[in-house]
Design a protein around this ligand. Structure first.
Ligand SMILES: Nc1nc2c(ncn2[C@@H]2O[C@H](COP(=O)(O)OP(=O)(O)OP(=O)(O)O)[C@@H](O)[C@H]2O)c(=O)[nH]1
Ligand SMILES: [Mg+2]
Length: 241
């Protein structure tokens, strides 16, 4: 277990000298069990409100906030959003979201490398959930730890930008296995790069055969429509369920 954040990284190699493995495993189980209980509570609240909830995960800088900015602006008047922003420090992303006019709450995790269900449970106290159709949670930029922490979301959405290399789904399989949707972002940059989109999709499907994949660029706007159609369809399903 990662001592800094409690996330279940394989650490036998670096803990077995000074800590019995059984103890490590027990702490990890307790921590995740507690998170799962709070996530279930969040999920029940979101269901009661008919609220569709996404947890955006990616490495730093893949474009999570940029995708949100464009989505919130383009779907203004069609869907009422609220946004929870997770970062170790700063309110930069919350400020960018606030500029779109959408209610937003920044959560700073300090040394923590992921959001957990407890933070999200308190974060949503700032919103009128009854008046909200979709809650977007932007997780801390990190392709490892956020995979293990259920926040009560409907789906994890993994954003992968084309500057990161097509092999990332194989190197960080936990995240791409946990996600139901992958957004391949920054496709406007493809002419300048050696990034094999088809290979990237095949790698993602290798770790998660059911993953849905959209290719888009929030700068050029290419591919955004299928993402919007999916959002609208999912939100309306959740509202009517
Ligand atoms: N060319 C291009 N650049 C993009 C695109 N989307 C985002 N960017 C740029 O990528 C950089 C990072 O974008 P952010 O939206 O801040 O990324 P993020 O995932 O929210 O980053 P963290 O919150 O720090 O993890 C910015 O300079 C964006 O302008 C895109 O579709 N095309
Ligand atoms: Mg961001």
């Amino acid at each position: 277990m990662c001592i800094d954040c409690g996330c279940p990284t394989p650490t036998e190699e670096h803990h077995h000298h000074h800590e019995p493995a059984a103890k490590t495993v027990r702490i990890e189980e307790n921590l995740l069990a507690k998170n799962d209980r709070l996530a279930a509570k969040n999920r029940a609240l979101f269901s009661e409100k008919g609220l569709f909830v996404l947890n955006l995960v990616s490495s730093p800088g893949s474009g999570k906030t940029s995708i949100l900015e464009r989505t919130l602006t383009d779907l203004r008047g069609e869907i009422d959003f609220a946004v929870l922003e997770g970062d170790q420090q700063t309110a930069n992303d919350a400020d960018r979201i606030a500029a779109t006019g959408v209610p937003v709450k920044q959560i700073n995790t300090g040394s923590g490398c992921h959001l957990d269900a407890h933070m999200v449970g308190h974060g949503v106290e700032h919103f009128d959930l009854q008046a909200t159709g979709i809650l977007m949670i932007e997780n801390v930029g990190n392709l490892v730890c956020p995979a293990s922490f259920d926040l009560g979301e409907d789906h994890k959405v993994a954003v992968l930008s084309v500057t990161e290399g097509e092999d990332k789904p194989l190197k960080y399989p936990g995240m791409f296995h946990a996600a139901d949707l992958m957004l391949i972002n920054k496709i406007d940059l493809l002419p300048h790069l050696r990034f094999d989109v088809e290979k990237c999709k095949a790698f993602a499907r290798q770790v998660n055969p059911d993953i849905r994949i959209f290719e888009l660029s929030c700068h050029s706007g290419e591919g955004m429509d299928q993402w919007y159609d999916w959002l609208k369809e999912q939100a309306s399903k959740k509202r009517n369920s």
